[in-house]
Design a binder for this molecule. Structure first.
Ligand code: ADP
Length: 182
């Protein structure tokens, strides 16, 4: 069973939901950079205050900052992990590659959760998180297309990519992922 996983997909594709489901059954660590950043904002830490406006505009936080957060959390002992929301651009992908080499836990599979744009916009508007306004959604989807989407080819070239149709019900997607993890 694969235990070092990455979930790639547009905002609203369901990465967090699927990662949560898997981590419940497998006791893997769910490492969501978005979640970790939101926690910092909630706790009103120095870091949280630094990133709050950026996140509420739907823009990306600096590569250095997210790398620091990822490093801090990956160091913990764990049975396995699922990265969700990181990397989001090629520079982050290269940093991640180096970090994972250092700790001797290379990526085993990348699940690309694919979903039509109109479906994800609808989902995000329904979700109604603080950074889910129509304007920020547009910004985040555009950033995804421009800077994150190239990672699909990047991981395809490394023969790590598994394509998942994410426009289906939760359980169907989940069992599809589990099958491809075996
Ligand atoms: P979504 O996938 O729905 O956009 P996330 O919870 O993954 O939501 O991320 C929320 C916000 O946190 C992003 O819009 C961005 O501002 C910030 N963020 C999360 N991960 C990263 C990252 N790897 N690099 C830069 N910013 C990030």
């Amino acid at each position: 069973m694969k235990k070092h996983l990455l979930f790639l997909g547009a905002p609203g594709a369901g990465k967090g939901t699927q990662a949560d489901l898997l981590c419940q059954t497998n006791s893997y660590l769910h490492l969501s950079t978005g979640e970790l950043l939101r926690k910092e904002i909630e706790m009103n830490t120095t870091l949280g205050r630094e990133v709050k406006d950026i996140i509420n505009r739907g823009e990306l936080v600096s590569d250095e900052l997210v790398l620091k957060i990822v490093k801090q959390n990956l160091n913990k002992d764990n049975k396995g992990w699922i990265l969700d929301g990181y990397p989001r651009n090629l520079s982050q992908a290269n940093s991640l590659h180096n970090v994972l080499n250092e700790i001797n836990q290379p990526l085993e599979v990348v699940f690309y959760l694919d979903i039509p744009e109109e479906v994800l916009i609808e989902r995000l508007l329904l979700r109604g998180r603080k950074d889910d306004t129509e304007e920020t959604i547009r910004t985040r989807v555009n950033i995804f297309k421009k800077t994150t989407e190239p990672l699909i080819q990047y991981y395809e070239d490394l023969s790590l990519l598994e394509y998942i149709d994410a426009d289906r019900d939760l359980k169907t997607i989940s069992s599809d992922i589990k099958q491809k993890m075996a």
